[in-house]
Design a binder for this molecule. Structure first.
Ligand SMILES: [Zn+2]
Length: 133
């Protein structure tokens, strides 16, 4: 079972995580993500630790072409390789959280994704969940 997702690259980072949608984003391509499964259970000792899950992000050949076109258009001077840029775009697309509290936050969830290209059209992603206390 795979779910459709949209990969977007964050072009600016003027805002904190909860308001990241106010920054400029560029649509990269469509993709599908696999069902995620838990790879690290939440720790009992740390209330902020929500555990980690793993999933795959998979592109079709046409989606890979679309991603490469976006890379050529926005990545500028090729300072990042396509693979590293794409890893980062997937991390940005799967990270986030609704928290915009400057203080007195109690328990909003935040997601931190770490992506690695494992095949030309496949990326392996670990998403760590944590709660703000
Ligand atoms: Zn909060």
């Amino acid at each position: 079972m795979k779910t459709a997702i949209s990969i977007e690259s964050r072009l600016t980072s003027r805002y904190v995580q909860g308001y990241a949608h106010l920054d400029n984003w560029e649509r990269v391509c469509d993709a599908r993500k696999s069902k995620s499964y838990m790879v690290a259970a939440p720790s009992d000792e740390e209330a902020s630790d929500g555990g980690s899950t793993a999933l795959l992000v998979v592109l079709t050949p046409a989606e890979l072409d679309a991603a490469k076109n976006t890379y050529r258009r926005v990545a500028g001077n090729g300072r990042l390789s396509f693979t590293r840029w794409m890893n980062r775009a997937i991390e940005e697309s799967l990270s986030g959280g609704g928290c915009g509290h400057e203080y007195d936050c109690c328990g909003c969830a935040s997601y931190y994704a770490d992506a690695h290209r494992t095949k030309p059209r496949e990326f392996s992603v670990i998403v760590r969940l944590s709660y703000n206390y």
